[in-house]
Design a protein around this ligand. Structure first.
Ligand code: 13P
Ligand code: SF4
Length: 312
């Protein structure tokens, strides 16, 4: 297994060099995939990074909407995705045609969309956001201006609560991983580890976020655990983040929160885990699958991401 990893990683490194490729990976990918990445980050950090890449080719080790975002921002680069089947239940919960019809019901609203959307939905969006900057993005819009927030109802509801804005209309979408965490099981864990701080991603349900010591994006959670004086954390987000937590803070302990059904493994994003070392290698060898999109949609989507990056 280790030998296999070493051989695959060496071949990937060689092809990366020969073909001038940079590999971007999200924290939710497997530890092996994270190990061959040039940059590891949350959605916001990876979007910002994708804009400034100098290499000829970007290989996105993550889900489809992330690679699409990289292509929108770097149209002259070849953007590769190791497994184009790696989708996202949240992005899929918001079809562009349905969203256009929804938007038509709310004229004069500013559209804020989470980056976890297809390029078609981004083209209908005024400003994108990620879980790192959603509050900042919403606060950048005058208080009297009504907003459509899509597609995550939990992140939207959380921001609505923080800002007290009742002029925010929410799209009814959710992430299959973050919605599965069980409040009961988190509270049982807290009894077992009374000193532990509970850290929660805002894609989780409001009842779960309500018991958190900290609510934030994957990068926010990492920072919180690093700066906190406490050394035990109950982690309520996708379990891939634990690899980076243990690498960064080996002296601290991280307890993954189980999903409602502890046998289902659904505190893991099945889409992120579709990216494997074998698929990365074959993608580098063939320079395919590649992200392609029509220029009109790309340009329309670009505005929403550039507007977000200007706010950060
Ligand atoms: P962040 O990377 O913004 O924390 O989002 C998590 C996520 O679900 C990515 O798909
Ligand atoms: Fe999408 Fe959820 Fe997977 Fe993130 S964890 S990629 S939001 S399905």
């Amino acid at each position: 297994m280790v030998e296999n990893f070493a051989a695959l990683a060496a071949r990937i490194a060689q092809l990366k060099k020969e073909k001038d490729v940079v590999i971007l990976a999200h924290y939710y990918t497997t530890p092996e995939v994270q190990a061959v990445a040039d940059f590891l980050g949350d959605s916001l950090a990876l979007s910002v990074k994708a804009k400034d890449i100098e290499s000829k080719i970007i290989l996105f080790a993550g889900v489809h909407f992330m690679a699409e975002t990289a292509k929108v921002l770097s149209p002259d680069k070849k953007v590769l995705i190791p497994n184009p089947e790696a989708g996202c239940s949240l992005a899929e919960s918001c079809d562009a045609e349905d969203f256009a019809a929804f938007k038509a019901q709310y004229p004069n609203h500013t559209v804020v969309s989470y980056v976890n959307t297809t390029v078609g939905v981004k083209a209908l969006t005024d400003i994108c956001c990620t879980s790192s900057n959603a509050l900042k993005v919403v606060e950048s819009i005058p208080a009297e201006q009504p907003i459509i927030f899509a597609p995550d109802r939990n992140l939207g509801g959380y921001i609505k609560k923080l800002t007290g804005r009742d002029n925010m209309v929410l799209w009814d979408g959710a992430c299959h991983v973050h919605e599965e965490f069980s409040l009961e099981k988190i509270l049982e864990l807290k009894k077992e580890y009374p000193q532990a701080k509970i850290v929660v991603h805002p894609e989780c349900k409001a009842v779960v976020a309500a018991v958190a010591d900290y609510v934030g994006s994957t990068a926010g959670i990492l920072d919180f655990c690093g700066t906190s004086e406490v050394s035990e954390f109950i982690v309520v987000t996708e379990a891939g983040i634990l690899a980076e937590m243990r690498r960064k803070y080996p002296e601290k302990s991280f307890i993954p929160a189980p999903p409602i059904d502890s046998t289902c493994g659904c505190n893991e994003c099945r889409y992120m885990k579709m990216v494997t070392l074998q698929s990365i290698l074959s993608c580098l060898e063939n320079e395919s699958p590649e992200i392609v999109m029509d220029e009109q949609t790309r340009k329309a989507a670009e505005r929403s991401i550039v507007n977000m990056i200007a706010i950060k």
